[in-house]
Structures are given as C-alpha cells and as structure tokens.
Design a protein around this ligand. Structure first.
Ligand code: NAD
Ligand code: UFG
Length: 349
C-alpha cells in the first residue's frame, strides 16, 4: 500500500490521523521532532491498534528529527526509495501553534513554520513526490460575525501564527503555478478541533500551558483550576458568549484520508477546503453539554473579552462536503463524552 509521510504525526491531530490512514490500508511514516509531543504517543497508537483491536492493515514507522534538517530529510526520502517503498504523499501537520507565543516570539514562528515547510517542499520536489495535504486554519480568515465563512472569505490573520499559515498557502500556490501539471495540493482549513479517540487512549496533550477552551476545561475537571474564565458575556451572539465550530478530532482525521483519495483521482490540483461541521456552539452551550453529559459541575465566571477573539467563527463546509467523500458524523455528545473519558483515563495509562 502507498506510504504516507505524516510530519508532526505524534501531535494531537497527526496521531489520530495515523489511525484513520492505517484503518484504510495506508502505511504511515511519522516524522516528529517531539517539540510538542512525546514518544508515548507512538506507543499509544500501537497499543490502541493492537490491544484495543482497532482493525487496520497499514504499517506504522517513526523517525525522530526536525524538518528543517534538510540532510536528514533527504536521507529519509532516499532510504524509502532504496527499500522500494517510496513516499507517495505527505500530510504536513508539523508546526508550532501557540497564538500567544507567536505574538511574543514571532521569529521563532517564522523560522519553525516557514523554514520547515521550505525544507520539506524542496526535498519533495527533488524526489518527485508531488501530493501534499497541508494543515491550515480558519485563523487565515478575517472573522465575520454575520455569516458562515466560506473559502473565499477575505484573508487577514491577526497574529504571526496565522500569518505563517497564510504564507505557507501562498508558497504552495506559487510552487503549484511553477508547474501546474505536476502538483496536487490541498489546504485543509480546520475550525476548532476538539475531543479524543473514543478508547480514551489518544487525545490532546500539549507540552506547554494550554489556552484553548477544551484543555482548560480539562484542568477544571482535574481540579488543577478552580473555575473556567469565560472571555466576555456581551458578544452579539445567542447568549452573549462566543460561538465556534467545534469538530471532533476523529471526523477531522478522516478528512485527511478523504483528501488523499480526492487528490489521487485528480491530474493536478491546488485547492483550499474548510473542515468544520457548519454548526456553531457558544461557550455556555459547551459547558452545559459537558457538565450534563458527564454529570459533573463546571464552575465558571465571566471575565473581560480576550484580545483578538471574534464573536462567531463557523465554517461554510459545503465545498468539502461536495468534493470529498466525507462528512462529520460525530455529535457534541461524542465530543463531550470522549473528552471527559480521555481526561479521566489518561492518568491511568
Ligand atoms: P501539535 O502541536 O499537537 O502537533 C504538531 C506536531 O509537530 C508536534 O508533535 C510537534 O512536535 C511537531 N513539530 C513541530 N515542529 C516540527 C518540526 N520543525 N519538525 C518536526 N516536527 C515538528 O498540533 P496539532 O493540534 O496536532 O496541529 C497540527 C497542525 O494543525 C498544525 O499545523 C496546526 O497549526 C494545525 N491546526 C491546528 C489547530 C488546533 O486547534 N489544534 C487548528 C487549526 C490548524
Ligand atoms: N474561551 C474561554 N475561556 C478560556 C478559553 C477559551 O471563554 O479559558 C473561549 C474563547 O473566547 C473562544 C472559545 O472559547 O470563544 C474557543 O477558544 P479557543 O482558544 O479554544 O479557540 P479559538 O477559536 O480562539 O482559536 C482556535 C485555535 C487557533 C486557530 C483558531 C481557528 O486556538 O489556533 O481556532 O479558528 F487558529
């Protein structure tokens, strides 16, 4: 079966995508510097496949290293050719992703995100590996509170992290245009990935201090935080708290398999697709669902609005639904139950 290079594949989205690809018969070669993940995740993926008996037929490999090390990367591509198992396609997750850190240390972000992508693309080009799925983000859009965001929404990121995502999309497009018959490229613009594998074995485990809603909820559940601070209750939304498009991590991972299949059937391609559910939920609705479904109380208080937040960020996902053999199937119930299961179980494994 074709071998997929999964950069950043031990991170939150990449690790779940390994399962999705292997279930569908692909072999997966993960490369990761472990800057925001650990080897534990490699063991967890293997444990999940073998002990929990998720049916799979693909094989899994792991090499530790930084994408910016072009010589190392070159050797990986070379080695795969020498053993007659060349890299067929790339899913490019590897990136730094903290909005706050990118504001305080923009050079670190431009170096990590742009130089790693340039290194990857130059080696892909050298070895004639021309299919890539890139992890982009809804953060590239100028938020509009009045309607869902489609792929033509004006782009205006408001922080260095978002600027690197928009820039990488432009680099990809320039490369595509340099030889439009050769490249097959998809930018998947994720909305808010949340939840965990329903086994409770895999989930989000950032090394640095989290600032996103679900990792903070987890801290409240574990008693590490007394209460959740909700950033504003005077937004122009249904209940005054911000609305987001939360997509279950397993649905999101499956979109990568669908994206690869889509590319396989095209002569060449450069396209951007929104990956979200198309439904918005407010912070209060999340808390209500989470506490009711898991039978726990989530103490919270309202605080000032967070700088840079938008009232509502919801995907118009109609293009992805039309072009990919994919649709999100998980519900907010799945999201809340799976998150809680992972939060309470991960201490035991
Ligand atoms: P993550 O931090 O959990 O995973 C990223 C992985 O990449 C980590 O394992 C890290 O160690 C690795 N990595 C980083 N730089 C590297 C380098 N130079 N060389 C090799 N490995 C490197 O993040 P995630 O949540 O899984 O996100 C995956 C991708 O999706 C990222 O590109 C992120 O920007 C994008 N994205 C994430 C979200 C989100 O909310 N999680 C939303 C939109 C887009
Ligand atoms: N929120 C709180 N309290 C918290 C944390 C979050 O009220 O302690 C609220 C935020 O105000 C926001 C919602 O919960 O309304 C979701 O916040 P997140 O930080 O989880 O997500 P964002 O939508 O702000 O940003 C996320 C990723 C970005 C990505 C963007 C794409 O963090 O990296 O989605 O839309 F770019």
């Amino acid at each position: 079966m074709a071998l997929i290079l999964n950069t950043g594949g031990l991170g939150y989205i990449g690790s779940h995508t390994c399962i999705s690809l292997m279930k569908n018969g692909f072999d997966v070669l993960v490369i990761d510097s472990l800057v925001n993940s650990s080897r534990n995740n490699f063991e967890r993926i293997k444990y999940l496949l073998n002990e929990i008996k998720v049916p799979y037929s693909g094989k899994l490999f792991f090499e530790e290293g930084d994408l910016r090390d072009t010589t190392w990367l070159d050797n990986i591509f070379k080695k795969q050719i020498s053993i007659n198992n060349p890299i067929d396609s790339v899913i490019h997750f590897a990136s730094l992703k903290s909005v706050e850190e990118s504001v305080s240390n923009p050079l670190k972000y431009w170096d990590a995100n742009i130089n790693s992508t340039l290194s990857l693309l130059s080696i892909m080009d050298k070895f004639n590996c021309n299919k890539i799925v890139f992890s982009s983000s809804a953060t590239v859009y100028k938020a509009r509170d009045d309607k869902k965001l489609d792929e033509n929404t004006f782009q205006e990121p408001i922080n260095p992290y978002g600027n690197t995502k928009m820039t990488i999309e432009k680099i990809l497009k320039d490369l595509y245009l340099s030889d439009a018959s050769k490249w097959k490229m998809i930018n998947l613009r994720y909305f808010n990935p949340v939840g965990a594998h329903d086994s409770g074995i895999l989930g989000e485990e950032p090394k640095s201090n989290p600032t996103n809603l679900f990792p903070i909820l987890e801290k409240v559940v574990l008693g590490e935080l007394e209460e959740l601070s909700i950033f504003g209750n005077d937004w122009p939304t249904k209940d005054g708290t911000c609305v987001r498009d939360y997509i279950h991590i397993v649905d999101l991972s499956d979109a990568h398999f669908a994206a690869l299949k889509f590319l396989e059937n095209k002569p060449s391609q450069y396209i951007s697709l929104n990956i979200g559910t198309g439904n918005g939920l407010s912070v209060l609705e999340i808390i209500e669902n989470y506490s009711k479904l898991n039978n726990i109380s989530i103490p919270y208080k309202f605080v000032e609005r967070r700088k840079g937040d938008a009232a509502s960020v919801v995907a118009d996902n109609s293009l992805a639904l039309k072009l990919l053999e994919w649709r999100p199937v998980k519900t907010i119930e799945d999201i809340c139950l799976d998150s809680f299961r992972y939060t309470t179980k991960k201490l035991l494994i």
